[in-house]
Design a protein around this ligand. Structure first.
Ligand code: CA
Length: 383
């Protein structure tokens, strides 16, 4: 009830168009159908009608007041204490509930552009040490959130098989990668965009974010290492990126906001606000599982750059972000050794074999109880 994440689903075995649903326990609530059954009014009804679409883009584009109205009404409908909850309404809600195991999940929205950041200073330092032991962190790292432009066309939903990519790994070699890796990240979906030429201020940045997912930035390290000098990742990353199907909203995560990592030196003024410093990080426990083995456990609150800083910096040159764009955090590693979020960082020589399954999990806890689950982001490597 606290979570109410959005996803795009279809009843398994059906041929009809997918539509937007909300996960409630082990069920999916068909929001469009609730709307057709007359369970919403006014702003919430308008937002519910956008949920008959096969992607979240229509709902996202309506903006925060509509997101809030729809969420408030869904909460009311599902609440036992709803004062006007009639037997008839109860029946209408029940008629729009589908057991989760009968739901086939799709990508939650049409993703236009995808940008992957590098916001964990712990990840950047450990990886930097492998190549520059004496000078792991480059001088710009503490000044700006570094990113590369990723590939939206190869983003797949959790469960899609990951085909081992082929590529050039040395001057005389082309073949299947021998160092396939995962990276655990958090992705953020742009709800409302910004006009070309108009930067978004740091204190407005979060209002543009509709919600969050788990993201696995599959990486072929041998291809990446050979190709990325001097321009950065290309084919070593663009063969696949997996995301979890459920989008946890900005509103649902509000109680899990926490103090951001202090910066030394202080960032330039356009990247800093007292509000973002106090509230810009998000307390999400993140886990990577490889074939039932827990590979890492960390917390997203340790990221050096906040999503507000990433979005602000992204638009600071006037670049426009659009509804459905995805920005990812970069490998979410923490200071502790057990929170290293990719195999490159663990540095044991181990990489992914055909048949290996990687599962990312994320959740927010309060009073020792898990309150907000991100679900899973799964992928199995195939040769
Ligand atoms: Ca990455």
């Amino acid at each position: 009830m606290e979570n109410l994440p959005y996803g795009v689903f279809r009843k398994r075995g059906r041929a009809d168009a997918p539509r937007v649903g909300v996960a409630i326990g082990d069920h999916v609530l068909d929001i469009g159908r609730c709307g057709q059954n007359g369970l919403f009014e006014g702003t919430a009804d308008f937002a519910a009608s956008a949920c008959q679409a096969p992607s979240l883009n229509f709902l996202m584009s309506l903006g925060a007041p509509h997101w809030h109205a729809l969420r408030a009404r869904i909460t009311e409908l599902l609440s036992e204490s709803c004062p006007d909850l009639q037997e008839q309404r109860d029946g209408l809600v029940a008629a729009a509930l589908i057991p989760m195991e009968e739901a086939e999940m799709f990508l939650p929205c049409e993703i236009g552009d995808y940008t992957d950041f590098y916001a964990s200073i712990h990840h950047a330092t450990r990886v930097g040490k492998l190549f520059r032991p004496a000078n792991p962190l480059l001088p710009n790292y503490r000044q700006l959130p570094i990113a590369y432009h990723g590939r939206a066309s190869s983003i797949v939903v959790s469960g899609a098989p990951i085909r081992r990519p082929k590529g050039q790994t040395r001057a005389d070699s082309f073949g299947p990668t021998e160092s396939l890796d995962y990276e655990i990240e958090v992705g953020a979906f742009i709800g409302t965009g910004n006009a070309l030429g108009e930067a978004v201020g740091i204190d407005e940045a979060s209002t543009h974010l509709f919600g969050f997912c788990l993201l696995n930035d599959w990486s072929a390290r041998d291809i990446q290492k050979w190709e990325s000098q001097p321009l950065g990742p290309f084919l070593g990353k663009s063969f696949a990126t997996s995301i979890s199907p459920w989008v946890v909203t900005t509103e649902a995560l509000a109680p899990y906001r926490t103090t951001a990592v202090p910066h030394d030196p202080a960032p330039l003024p356009y990247l800093f606000s007292e509000g973002d410093q106090q509230n810009g990080a998000i307390d999400i426990t993140l886990e990577v599982w490889l074939n039932q083995e827990l590979m890492s456990c960390g917390n997203f609150r340790e990221m050096y750059w906040t999503f507000a800083q990433m979005l602000t910096h992204h638009t600071s040159n006037g670049c426009n972000l659009r509804v459905g764009d995805l920005i990812a955090s970069g490998t979410a590693s923490g200071a502790a050794e057990e929170s290293r979020g990719c195999l490159l960082e663990i540095n044991s020589g181990r990489f992914l074999k055909d048949g290996d399954e990687v599962i990312l999990r994320g959740y927010c806890e309060r009073d020792g109880l898990s309150r907000i689950g991100f679900g899973e982001c799964r992928g199995t490597v195939v040769g």
